[in-house]
Design a protein. Sequence first.
Length: 427
Amino acid sequence: MTTTPAAGLAERLATIPFNPFRGSGQGVRGQFSDRFDRVEFTSADGLPLVGRLALQRDGLARPALILGHSVWASKELDAIVDLAEYFFANGWHALALDFQGHGESAKLSDAPYTMGWKEGDNLAGAARFLRGLPEVGGIALMGFSMSGAAAIHAAVAAPDLINAVVVASPPAKQEIHFIMSHIDKWLRIAKTDPVTYFNRAGAYYGISGEEIRRRDETVDALRSLSMPTLLIQTADDDFIPPPDQAQVEAAARANPNVTVISQARGGHGVEIFLNDRYWFKGVTAAFLKAHVAPHLDAVRDDPWPVLDVQLKLEMGWEGWLLATVWLRNNGPDPLEGVTLRLPLFESPAPAYTGAPPMFREARREGRDLLWNADRLPGNAELVGPFTVAVSSAEIPVGTRLRTRAVASWRSPQSGEASSNEASYTQR
């Protein structure tokens, strides 16, 4: 257990290594454990919403973390599930919600999403719902991209409900040049161009699409945040243009309540978490504990597991399905007796497998590939890739693969760590 006073927070954050993987994980659907119950509550404007809530139920007034997803995703996004489970295991209550127009909430109303404005109402409503529970003794928000903008708006609108905020890659505004630069995603997912979408959403709310985009803006709200806020950005964000990032960062640095972390790489929004889950958990847990529960021993900020595992599935050249795994031991000591297990197919057999020299040649046990090594170095040294190539021509059409890589070790203290979940469907 670690107790970190806010006065020493900058030093603590600086000690957590940031070493993003080469390529982010995949934002596939995750599955909550049975500790999370389905709940319904209302947005600040009365709209019905759905979430998954885990309460500690031990009589202590513990803090709660509310997690918001990115646009066109849901509370079942693998990264959101992972973070909710992590914070719950570290002593927090945890609530992951579906924003309006997304997931289960979209089944309860026809209200369209707005990319930040109304989603702020959703988070404020979630905070008010939690404040009504006797087990809750403080509330933090965490958001990525659209939900980062929503968290900023919620914190400004309901400062009496929210104690701290963490946001990754919030946009400055939904300007035409910004939203049109991703028109391919709009056409594929929203089935229309963004300007038409905002105009339709505006008609639903009795205002113009331009007015919705104005209400989505975060720069002025960032300047007025009154609670401790952590802003995380990366220079290689391929979604938000550099001038927009610069506006957000300038507004944040002008507010003494906002701590800014800028990294050279790591991607956009939830990709930052997927690229270095250990760092993201360590930094955000330390920040939130320091500001929301500094003297509550039941709330911890340990960025476990010490071993981080990353898996990527992708279709490569000439019809080869490629699976790639990287390992990183974030502790100072080597791990002894390491086994990496990757479940793939009973058949076909991989045409190629490769691994770092310290690992012995892969062997098969049913659908599993296994590699063994006597020891794995520490100090966040990246070890990999483990590469597997399977001919897609041998995979029957309709086959769907959902898998995780799992690493285990014998000492200094035995343990196990799993990767993000990755999926592939043969079409």
